[in-house]
Design a protein around this ligand. Structure first.
Ligand SMILES: N[C@@H](CCC(=O)N[C@@H](CS)C(=O)NCC(=O)O)C(=O)O
Length: 201
């Protein structure tokens, strides 16, 4: 399998963590791709019409996207404990993944707004609106984190990617300041092998 990714992409990181947690990494070639909404990557465009990462080329020639679909596909290929449960816990896990994906959508859009969009076209109220989503989402994660214990499923994979991305791109926002229990949870997982191996730098 071939995974189109970039080490800075939090969505691709979800997949890269899942590949490591499930022991599938030796079966995956990780291909680094540069992406930007304003200069589409032609190699990737031939595989994913949305020209986004992550995208996974499977051994039978399919291309899968987006991150949630790829994570679920990988989770169907191994025999260790599932990251996406098939029992009643499934819906909570998928909801938590969606919460994290939503925070990431807002954070990546803010990154594009402040880094890619030319200064005269920037819209501060729009950025503020995205940060409201990010902060409300983080508050929801902080409320849930104490119940996670040592569990590490798809929702926690998403949370690691959210918090790592905020440290990487928006460190000044200091998400830890008003969320000590979320910070405590993050400290408890940050030295996990799959997490350190994929830390954006
Ligand atoms: N919903 C998608 C989001 C993927 C996404 O936004 N990826 C960004 C990089 S972090 C991207 O490829 N951006 C390029 C673009 O928007 O053209 C997923 O879960 O995979």
């Amino acid at each position: 399998m071939r995974l189109w990714h970039n080490p800075a992409s939090p969505f691709a990181r979800k997949v890269r963590i899942v590949a490591r947690e499930t022991g599938l990494l030796p079966r995956i070639e990780e291909i680094t791709a540069m992406v930007s909404p304003v200069s589409p990557n032609t190699d990737l465009a031939a595989r994913n019409p949305l020209v986004k990462i992550p995208a996974l080329e499977t051994n039978d020639g399919k291309v899968l996207y987006d991150s949630s679909v790829i994570c679920e596909y990988l989770d169907s290929l191994h025999n260790v404990e599932r990251l996406i449960p098939s029992d009643a816990a499934r819906w909570d896990a998928l909801r938590l993944q969606s919460l994290c994906d939503g925070i990431l959508d807002a954070a990546v859009l803010c990154r594009y707004e402040t880094f890619v969009r030319p200064e005269p076209y920037r819209w501060n109220d729009w950025i503020k609106g995205q940060f409201t989503k990010i902060n409300n989402g983080l508050d929801a994660l902080a409320a849930e984190a104490p119940a996670w214990g040592a569990g590490f499923g798809i929702g926690q994979v998403g949370a690691v990617c959210v918090l790592g991305y905020l440290d990487f791109r928006f460190a000044d926002e200091n998400w830890r300041a008003s969320r000590p229990r979320l910070a405590q949870w993050y400290t408890s997982v940050v030295s996990r092998g799959s997490v350190t191996a994929t830390m954006p730098a």
